[in-house]
Design a protein around this ligand. Structure first.
Ligand SMILES: *Cc1c(COP(=O)(O)O)cnc(C)c1O
Length: 460
């Protein structure tokens, strides 16, 4: 098996050579002295920079099983670096001639993955937050006085951005698996003026997938828009149209019938940060984006990406990196991205099996995607779970053979659904959470699990 960062050393010169050769098509000129930096000064700054970057946890390593963090794929690095040296801006065709087309192409591919119609409208964004904000904003423009409902497990951005947009937000309770509770949703629908329901395909906490297919049945009765926040889980849709038994396929397939969807290529799409995506089923929502720019929209009569996006400047390099990556690893179940995502799903299933078989660590909710949640020790009280989890979290990170995990705050009530005998001495507590978003995790979870058990038996 090749390592995750297989080709970097050959790829960087490739990008540099290509762009420097392209620059040679124009007259040579002398760089202005104003931008010169003394070599010693650069060296000192660089040394300090490298030292500071060393403070990061090793996101690239399989023993990093914490937050949603990993380096981009080498193809993404190559694509990003080459375009970054030119620095196109995908706001308008003037600024992003090639990368603007690439953006349209990858957005069409992503829309195809969700089985949205061919004329669906979409673009890349700086991330999931902006992408979701645009979807909420369009919801508000369509139904100005209506509320937006989202589950209490949805990303915090929905509540916050409803505030920013002046939309009434309604929080819907979730069940023991972290999925939106349909009875609670229906009660809210009967009670009020809900214009949009946000469903999540892969919650950030535990990776739960809301029952999107059932929410669509409610839509038939109550009439509301459905926006899917698939920032984390969206790419798993690839696997849902095959015969995968690893996924709740009906929920993912139902995304095809929803009004808008957000996915983050900078999460499971192998991209560096700065790459989200929003797609609308109805291209007519482009009308809401209408504005005039006296500076930019001149070189092309076709629509500029800036005319269908709330952001102005956006990195063409982000689109270029995603385009090159998808050329190498297409959005397909059997090759490209599919096998990687399947390996992540198997990693979580494998670890879940180990948790069930060993009393030292207890599972919180069974993984739907590739996020495992657990806590050490006998489930006695909420306070004891918090103490044991934070102790193991610190110990694992600081040990000589470290494992990096993350913490998740959960409610006592949700814990008691699975462990009814638990003493509720606190309303909530922290447990451990591992996002297994690298395919290498498939073969690493057994070692991680063993190492954590070892650490648990280490005296203070
Ligand atoms: C990560 C995430 C977001 C926020 O996206 P950013 O890219 O971090 O801005 C929103 N929703 C969900 C479900 C997420 O996982």
């Amino acid at each position: 098996m090749k390592s995750y960062h297989q080709d970097d050393r050959n790829l960087i010169p490739l990008a540099l050579a290509a762009i420097r050769a392209w620059e040679k098509r124009w007259q040579p000129f002398e760089a202005h002295v104003a931008s010169a930096v003394e070599p010693e000064r650069l060296q000192r700054a660089w040394d300090e920079y490298v030292r500071l970057l060393g403070l990061n946890a090793p996101f690239f390593h399989p023993r990093y099983a914490g937050q949603m963090l990993k380096p981009p794929h080498p193809a993404a690095m190559l694509g990003y670096l080459a375009a970054m040296l030119i620095n196109p801006n995908n706001h308008a065709a003037d600024g992003g001639a090639a990368t603007g087309e690439m953006e349209r192409e990858v957005v069409r591919e992503i829309a195809g993955m969700f089985r949205f119609p061919d004329d669906a409208l979409g673009h890349l964004t700086s991330g999931g937050t902006l992408a979701n904000t645009e979807a909420l904003w369009v919801s508000r423009e369509l139904r100005p006085s209506a509320a937006v409902a989202y589950s209490d497990q949805s990303h915090y951005t929905h509540e916050r951005m409803c505030g920013v947009l002046g939309i009434q937000g309604i929080k819907i309770a979730s069940n023991a698996h972290g999925e939106m509770d349909l009875d609670a949703l229906e009660t809210a629908l009967q009670g009020g003026n809900i214009g949009t329901v946000v469903v999540t395909a892969g919650t950030t906490g535990v990776g739960a997938v809301d029952p999107i297919d059932r929410v669509l049945e409610l839509r038939d009765r109550y009439g509301f828009r459905v926006h899917v926040d698939a920032a984390y889980g969206g790419f798993f849709t690839l696997l849902a149209w095959g015969d995968s038994t690893l996924l709740p396929v009906a929920r993912f397939r139902a995304i095809a019938q929803c009004d808008s969807v957000v996915v983050d290529p900078h999460k499971h799409g192998l991209q560096p940060y700065g790459c989200g995506c929003v797609i609308f089923r109805d291209p007519a929502v482009a009308a809401f984006y209408k504005h005039d720019s006296p500076y930019t929209y001149f070189t092309s009569d076709t629509e500029h990406l800036g005319e269908i996006s709330l952001e102005c400047s956006r990195p063409g390099a982000a689109a270029g990196a995603l385009w090159l990556t998808l050329r190498c690893l297409p959005l397909a179940a059997g090759n490209g991205l599919g096998p990687m995502l399947e390996a992540c799903l198997r990693a979580a299933r494998n670890w879940s099996g180990l948790l069930a078989a060993n009393p030292g660590l207890n599972e919180f909710v069974s993984p739907t995607l590739d996020i495992v949640t657990y806590f050490p020790g006998k489930p006695r009280s909420v306070g004891a779970i918090d103490e044991a989890s934070t102790r193991l979290f610190d110990l694992a990170m600081r040990s000589s053979d470290p494992v990096y995990l993350s913490l998740l705050r959960v409610g006592a009530q949700q814990l008691r659904e699975r462990y009814p005998a638990l003493a509720s001495d606190a309303p909530q507590c922290r447990i451990l959470r591992s996002v297994l978003m690298k395919p290498e995790h498939e073969h690493a979870v057994e070692g991680i699990h063993q190492r954590l058990l070892e650490l648990l038996n280490t005296p203070d």
